[in-house]
Design a protein around this ligand. Structure first.
Ligand SMILES: [Cu+2]
Length: 164
């Protein structure tokens, strides 16, 4: 092994350890998502509400989302007004440190707007979440949501019944 080979090997080892260090420091490893699902859509349906659980080790804020399956993804909140479920867009959803936040049970959902194709049972839909950690940094977190059948028990929630 010549001198330059040895240097090359050392540089490679340093690069690997630097890469794993910067991954840990990016904090995306500190944010976990689970249980993403969307109800299958009927032909012609333009929108769909997706549910998801997010756990962040540090206090963070969900500030946006996108998906290649639709034109835009909005953060929606749901409230009951005179017995009617209504939803509106919000700019941010708080993710308290160490707490698993289930969007739907917290009164939120990801609203997919402008679906490019009907969502069919069994499909996995990719999402990119923009999560603000600390005051200035926004990390991108990749996740997926499974499309469940139109008759899925979980889908019999008010998510799809509320009005715009
Ligand atoms: Cu909505």
């Amino acid at each position: 092994m010549g001198k330059s080979d040895r240097f090359g090997w050392l540089a490679a080892a340093l690069l690997v350890s630097f890469a794993s260090y910067s991954y840990a420091a990016s904090n995306t490893g500190d944010i976990e998502t689970s249980g993403g699902w969307i109800r299958a859509t009927a032909p012609g349906q333009d929108q769909a509400g997706a549910d998801l659980a997010i756990t962040s080790k540090q206090a963070a804020t969900l500030v946006g989302a996108s998906s290649p399956a639709c034109k835009a993804v909005q953060l929606h909140t749901m409230t009951s007004e005179n017995g009617m479920m209504r939803m509106r867009e919000v700019k941010a959803i708080e993710l308290p440190a160490g707490k698993r936040v289930n969007l739907r049970t917290s009164g939120y959902h990801l609203m997919m707007v402008g679906l490019k194709a009907p969502l069919k049972e069994g499909e996995m839909v990719p999402f990119t979440l923009s999560i603000k950690v600390g005051k200035h940094r926004v990390v991108k977190v990749e996740t997926t949501a499974e499309v469940k059948s139109l008759t899925a028990t979980e889908a019999e929630s008010h998510v799809d019944e509320h009005m715009h």
